[in-house]
Design a protein around this ligand. Sequence first.
Ligand code: G3P
Ligand code: CA
Length: 256
Amino acid sequence: MLVVGHRGAPSRAPENTLASFEAALAMGVDAIELDVHLSRDGHLVVIHDQNLARTTNGRGLVHEHSLAELKALDAGSWYGPQFAGERIPSFEEVLVRIGPRVPLQVEIKGATEGVTEATLAALRAHGLLDSVMMTSFHLDRLPLVRSLAPAVCIGALVWGRSRTPEKRPMSAQACITATQAACADVMLLWHECIDASMIEAAQAAKLPVGAAGGTATEADMRRLLALDVVRMTTNFPDVCRAVVPAARSEASQERR
Ligand code: G3P
Ligand code: CA
């Protein structure tokens, strides 16, 4: 099982910042998950929410701001005073600073036209298409990823239950069908949706399963490791690293 830092190491530093990515690297992650949006002037930036209010001192939507406006925001003080002045990273900065050091798991966010194409072009320019995993909850965007980068690894954020308040479970077959329709290599599910019957159905369909979300506890991680889950996106990379010795990660590298 690969240990994937969810937005870096958000249990240690403000999510989706260089500080968070450095903290995740220091914990020995096998990959770093991050979220990309387009700015008003067409630059990719790394931030989770479409709205700036939760993780910065800005207001409004990411795509309503230029890169310069976004870079002027404080993306660290909300988390703690020691992170005051931390910035929203541009995707370019992350590709330069973090990309050569660890594989990335890039989630395409937002509804902005062109975000998929821009993300792949940037990864290609940095020679990172071979190591990246591309993901999205917008499953209808993933066939475009496949057509623009036929060999890239794709993880479909199928989730395994509805993301509306009633959290209606999806059948294993529905998850598999959605993953295949998205042209994906790996099925990414909310960790509680992964059990032995889900894994058995996925294996029959030759689909590796990854755990998504981030909040899984150490006990959850041990359960998922025993189920042969290939990657664990976690808010607690240090805990997960202790559960998954590096040698166990290596065995998952090929399957991702
Ligand atoms: O594990 C993937 C996860 O990142 C999806 O959820 O909320 O971080 O976009 P979110
Ligand atoms: Ca994400």
